[in-house]
Write a protein that binds this ligand. Sequence first.
Ligand code: CP
Ligand code: NVA
Length: 309
Amino acid sequence: AINMKGKDLISINDLSLEEIYQIFDLSKTLKEKQLTGEPHRLLEGKTLGMIFHKRSTRTRISFETGIYQLGGLGLYFGPADLQLGKSENIHDTAKVLSRYLNGIMIRTFSHDDVVELAKHADIPVINGLTDLLHPCQVLTDLFTILEKKRKLRGLKLAYIGDGNNMAHSLLHGCSKVGMDIAIASPSGYTPKKEIVDNSQKNADYMGSKIVITSDPVEAVKDADIVYTDVWASMGQEAEANERRKHFEKYQVNSELVKNAKDDYLFMHCLPAHRGDEVTDEVIDSANSVVFDEAENRLHVQKAIMALVM
Ligand code: CP
Ligand code: NVA
């Protein structure tokens, strides 16, 4: 086993392949224990602070129930709860929280703020989504694919839509494990070059492919997984109407998924804006695994907490 105690989880790109598979192995074990009712109190008496500057259904509930099931306690801090950002800076907050807690999970806007928090904290910091990345979601997605397809390497994932935090973490995740990834986005909404370049290095090492295109049909061609996300992320609500015009041709619908393999999986981090990026027909189809994906947030994040805290 690789000792991950004290490690932050800010980006999948910071993890080795061995660490990623260690997370998956423990996720599987903890999921089995959870489903059979076997106690697994690996974090007895430990506390996780959960800082949220954005809304959340899945992330909050899965971390909070997860730490409880591991024998610990989760403390929720909403946007108006801490002195942080109002009368206290990140450095001092990090130092103080480190004296009380055993770990911090944070969901906020600026990725740099999370990096700074982790730099000054003496306890592990887990990224629960920033404008740049959503690593816990993508580790869960890969675990879900592994459950369904029994392998990762050699599969092709197509991501249709905004070059956002999901696209970025999928680039990191797929390239780390040797999956091909094709991203179709309208111009002006492509993933960041730095993330694509770093992922290309991983892909070269693993012998897998990265394609960035504006053509959704090309991206979905023979895909094993078709993935999409909202066209306007949290914090971009004011741009929603403008964005809808650019993304019109990027809807995942029955016509588009005909280009994927017959046994393709449809995935979405949720929340879904049904009728925009995906039709009811696709998200409610037999190929869709979106609720297994949501459930697995619990099991994978319990593994992450148990390994780093
Ligand atoms: N997928 C996800 O992170 O969902 P929430 O925004 O509900 O946490
Ligand atoms: N891209 C979305 C993901 C939500 C889980 C957002 O940032 O709002």
